[in-house]
Design a protein around this ligand. Sequence first.
Ligand SMILES: Cc1ncc(COP(=O)(O)O)c(C=O)c1O
Length: 345
Amino acid sequence: MTGTKVMAVIKANGYGHGVLAVAKAVTEAGADWCGVARMEEALNLRDAGIASEIMVLGYTPPVLVPDAVQNNIHVAIYDPQMARAYAAYARKASKRLKAHLKVETGMGRLGMALDLVPDFLSKYAKNEYIDINGIFTHFARADEPDVDLTDLQLSRFKSLLDKLQKAGLRPDMIHAANSAAVLNYPETYFDMVRPGIALFGLDPSPDFKLPASFRPTITWKARLTSVRTLPPDHGVSYGSIYVTSGKERIGVIPVGYGDGFRRVSGQQVLVHGNIVNVVGRVCMDQCMLQLDNVPEASPGDEVVLFGEQGGQEITVGDLAARWGTINYEVVCGLADRLPRLYFET
Ligand SMILES: Cc1ncc(COP(=O)(O)O)c(C=O)c1O
């Protein structure tokens, strides 16, 4: 879509999808870079044989700089003091650290103040131990209908780049766009884009949906492990907050808050293409379903927590809305212990 290089942002276990399979898929599909949040994530990719460029977008403790240089991993730099500590560690490792400078344009998170950037880059222009070959920023509100902050961030970034260009200090690689910016702001593409959520076919926000040709990559399924008819007046799960009003068919699935399925009331799942209520408290490893409307349900049958079944769909966004959060948190919260099965389509 963009005609630029792509850094596939696959932090937090590939947005919960399982980072190694995701890294393999995105690099095979043409991503030149993988972006992660922490050095441990980057080293995990290298250990697994991922050969693309890898960048740690968040903070890297100086003590991990030798790991970065030995494994050809780029770090983000946003503070002069931090750069000094990095240079000292790279010197000990006798290698030059590759870094991209992260600048503050309006996100209010990590980033060097714009007025410090020219001096900083000129100081490090020929540094023996740090090679600052990229510069980037991050948008705070590119997923909202209001364009003002994104426009302001972009104009701040561009005027910095102009200044750097004139001074002969402009790094080679410039990047800014997350998924929402890829969809809505072509002027933010520069040399590389950094999509995360869109890679997984999930909308950057309820305001900014992906084009219809994108489909979610992930479905969350379980199987019924028990189906019983309980007598009237029978408590279900801890605290007996649900009590059967008559004879009720109650099913069990082996999914609970230990898997990332929140311990809140009002949860729903799909069984044989029907929307079914989760009743009683969600336990750590299990929860119970009210199956009166699905007489054919029996142990071993498939249950969908999000995804499609029999023409019905519960989206990751539906679950997020139910939990009062965003789709990112739903998938990032999928526990490591969940078995992940991958299918080529
Ligand atoms: C610095 C940076 N770039 C890119 C992304 C990808 O964002 P998105 O998943 O919204 O595309 C993130 C994710 O939070 C990020 O922190």
